[in-house]
Design a protein around this ligand. Structure first.
Ligand code: CP3
Length: 344
């Protein structure tokens, strides 16, 4: 097995810096678009063989050092009683958004084996198809980010409805976060039991909170999700965007690897977090729309800032954009491997 990714999660040295990309199996890949012509996103997620095919695509065509299970952060919420659709170009749309105690109280806690058996089957099928080439990453949405979708009904810019409920109706907020954190903890644990080699907690929208609100309204619940994996050796990645001001707080919530966006230089972020954790991310996904020389210069800058410290996983600060040229993505993988091999 190519174990560069797992080694980096544990801050151990390997012969080259591992690379993978969030949304590496997305619409920028012609092979993915072809499958999507015939199948909806949810169809793919619920068909273990198709899911395994899509999850392994990037390993075959990009030579990345890890696969991520093809799924969506909203997928398990169906099992809790949430009705939603995933709309092209928009993302998840909740059919009846949650905004009072009654609607939150009616959500059930997730029972992964009976509510989402297809995810566990997809993990087995993907592991088989990967045939020990690279590790498989499982994931879930963090309680705050999931709550924001459930309350707003869709992605927004300012999260006003979410914050209003959080401030005005803390009893309902804490009940919702309690259910989401318990359910996601059980969900990640079930994924590990089914065979994933690492997990990532996606808190995509948490950067809209002040440090003190993060501590009060989000931190205890992200911490609780990680607590379900405490007795396991599985590496945990903690991801967010716009998090430069809350890195200390996120670290207190837990994680072995911290995934940062491009709004903070990677060396500054790592210094803030401390070198007892590994680091991932940082390249602005929009850079991959540029010419090859600019891409290389920005990748080289990240590698230079990291230096020779073990515990770096090369990734973008957020998901690959749909218009990204495949060749640029391949080139980043090659360039990172080549540059860091030469250094070792
Ligand atoms: O990273 C991967 O390759 C694994 C697959 C994956 C998907 N969603 C598939 C998907 C992962 C890890 C996710 C997580 C996810 N989903 C997050 C957290 C990461 C992030 O990007 O912040 C969030 C916030 C969602 C919710 C969601 N689902 C959004 C914002 C969108 C994009 C809407 C759009 O059309 O641009 C989706 C749909 C979705 N999930 C797509 C993919 C590949 C794209 C649409 C499609 O192929 O139909």
């Amino acid at each position: 097995m190519n174990d560069r990714f797992i080694k980096a999660c544990r801050r151990e040295r390997s012969e080259a810096t591992p690379v993978w990309f969030m949304r590496q199996a997305g619409r920028f890949l012609p092979e993915y678009r072809k499958i999507r012509e015939k199948h909806s996103l949810m169809d793919i997620c619920k068909d273990p063989d198709l899911c395994a095919e899509v999850s392994t695509l990037p390993v075959d065509v990009l030579d990345v050092d890890a696969a991520i299970l093809f799924a969506d952060i909203m997928l398990p919420l169906e099992g809790m009683g949430v009705k939603f659709e995933i709309t092209d170009g928009v993302g998840p749309v909740i059919l009846s958004s949650l905004n009072d105690f009654q609607s939150v109280n009616s959500l059930t806690n997730l029972d992964p084996d009976s509510d989402v058996p297809f995810v566990m089957e997809a993990i087995s099928a993907t592991k088989k198809k990967l045939d020990s080439r690279v590790p498989l990453i499982g994931f879930c949405g963090a309680p705050f980010t999931l709550a924001s979708y459930l309350i707003e009904g869709h992605a927004t810019r300012d999260y006003v409805k979410t914050k209003k409920l959080m401030y005005k109706d803390p009893k309902t907020w804490h009940l919702l976060m309690d259910k989401l954190s318990t359910s996601m903890g059980l969900y990640l644990r079930a994924q590990v039991n089914a065979g994933v080699d690492a997990v990532q907690l996606f808190d995509s929208w948490v950067g809209c909170l002040s440090p003190s609100d993060y501590r009060k309204y989000a931190l205890p619940y992200s911490r609780r999700v990680f607590s379900y994996l405490k007795d396991l050796a599985t590496p945990c990645i903690h991801f967010g965007t716009g998090t430069a001001a809350i890195l200390d707080e996120m670290k207190q919530a837990g994680g072995d690897v911290f995934s940062i966006d491009w709004r903070i230089p990677i060396d500054v972020a790592w210094q803030k977090l401390g070198y007892d954790v590994a680091i991932q991310g940082n390249l602005d996904p929009a850079v991959l729309l540029a010419d090859s020389n600019l891409v290389k210069a920005q990748v080289a800058d990240i590698l230079m800032r990291v230096g020779n410290k073990p515990g770096h996983i090369f990734n973008l600060g957020h998901g690959i954009l749909p218009d990204t040229p495949k060749d640029n993505v391949r080139q980043v993988v090659e360039f990172v491997h080549e540059q860091t091999k030469a250094r070792a």
